[in-house]
Design a protein around this ligand. Structure first.
Ligand code: 13P
Ligand code: SF4
Length: 400
């Protein structure tokens, strides 16, 4: 962790233990490999960081402009080093929609992001996800059958769904984006959620928002919607029970929030913010809107990963900034801004374990396979899903 001056040295309890533990080690030594994609050839298992870097670089040179590598801000350093474009999920989706030059898009991020790229890319482009097990636990909290069942129940309760606009966070399966496309809905990301909800309220009385309750609640609150008018739909309970809500709670709701969350961002707390403010009275706190409502309320600013990066870059020299988001990004921002004190609010926060699955061995494998003329780990959204999902994504991209 970088500190600007000795007087800003951090308390041990404010330092993130994982900050020094995110360097690349061979796949065979990665304890987490147990739950990762195993079909990678044996030859890649024992390679160390330097050899992997050299091999990816060589493949990169051979492939030239036939390949573009996209890297989400949460990717580890040894992956980001190869990203032609890095960004938040909105910027990377936009990139995929607007650059038909490269035949291959290697998406260093998670499954839903690669799906969105495939939906938006030109037909001749092939999208590749280095590790097929790089998913998102939040996206997994909203399954297609559960969302469709809830939608039916809402329709029965309200006597139709014409006045309800479904809005899915980008962090969701392609089939749910298609569901929104088919039902007059739209996709949002953390960088445009307010704009998207405004669009939705121009078309309906209520918004059905999934899968992240926190982004939905934080955005609704920022738009002036009272908390009592945001109902929480418990998808884990038995069906036919209105998601555990009373008919009255549903009737007064303007936003119906799916009970999903991000396990990384749920770790940030008010106590951590109070500790940081006590230690550094001048500290600025910036968090991702996937954090809980009380955390976002106590922060000085909140926004997407790109917003957080910009916030830190634009802060005056000597600033002290506590961040509530994933550690790879925080640690990179600390390194890139040596004139500021940048730290993670959670002293023991782990990286997003699914983003972390994109180990350089997988990137080397997919790149060398392309050099050999073989496409491995292609993400291909089925044609019908793609058609409807594209409608919902393009509605979002069209918003100014
Ligand atoms: P951004 O769109 O802000 O990059 O967020 C993606 C994400 O998964 C955050 O957890
Ligand atoms: Fe999903 Fe959370 Fe990881 Fe983002 S940080 S990809 S929401 S699990």
């Amino acid at each position: 962790m970088t500190t600007a001056t000795p007087e800003f040295a951090l308390l041990p309890q404010l330092q993130c233990e994982t900050d020094t533990g995110i360097a690349t080690i061979p796949l065979s030594e990665e304890v987490a490999f147990g739950s990762w994609q195993k079909t990678i050839p044996d030859a890649y298992w024992a390679l160390g960081a330097d050899e992997l870097t050299a091999r990816i670089r060589a493949a990169r040179v051979t492939l030239g402009s036939r390949v573009v590598i996209l890297g989400h801000h949460y990717q580890r350093e040894d992956i980001i080093a190869f990203a032609d474009e890095r960004g938040d999920s909105f910027a990377l989706a936009k990139y995929a929609a607007e650059r038909p030059e490269s035949e291959y898009i290697v998406f260093c991020g998670v499954h839903f992001m690669a799906e969105a790229a495939d939906i938006l890319a030109a037909p001749h482009q092939k999208v590749i996800l280095p590790n097929m097990e790089a998913g998102c636990s939040m996206a997994d909290m909203a399954s297609d059958p559960d969302v469709r069942a809830a939608w039916r129940e809402l329709g029965e309760h309200f006597g139709g769904t014409e006045d309800i606009i479904p809005v899915t966070y980008m962090n969701s399966a392609a089939s749910l984006k298609a569901f929104c496309g088919e039902n007059g809905g739209v996709v949002c990301t953390s960088s445009n959620a307010e704009k998207v909800l405004e669009w939705a309220f121009e078309r309906g009385k209520r918004v059905f928002f999934f899968p992240d309750q926190h982004l939905g609640r934080n955005t609704g609150h920022a738009m002036g919607i009272p908390i009592e008018e945001m109902a929480l739909w418990n998808w884990r309970g038995p069906s036919g029970r209105l998601g555990g809500l009373t008919p009255e709670a549903l009737d007064r709701s303007r936003v119906i929030l799916w009970q999903g969350h991000c396990s990384v961002h749920q770790r940030f707390s008010l106590t951590q913010i109070e500790a940081a403010r006590e230690r550094f009275p001048c500290v600025k706190i910036v968090v991702h809107p996937e954090c809980r409502y009380d955390v976002v309320q106590a922060a000085d600013a909140n926004g997407s990963t790109a917003f957080i990066a910009k916030y830190v870059a634009e802060a005056p020299a000597g600033s002290v900034i506590g961040i509530g988001t994933e550690i790879n990004l925080v640690s990179r921002l600390a390194k890139e801004n040596p004139d500021k004190t940048v730290f993670c609010l959670d002293p023991v926060v782990c990286p997003c374990s699914t983003m972390y699955r994109v180990h350089p061995a997988y990137l080397a494998w997919v790149m060398e396979s392309l050099v050999a003329g073989e496409v491995v780990n292609r993400i291909e959204v089925p044609a019908e899903t793609k058609q409807h999902a594209k409608v919902a994504l393009e509605r979002m991209l069209a918003l100014k």
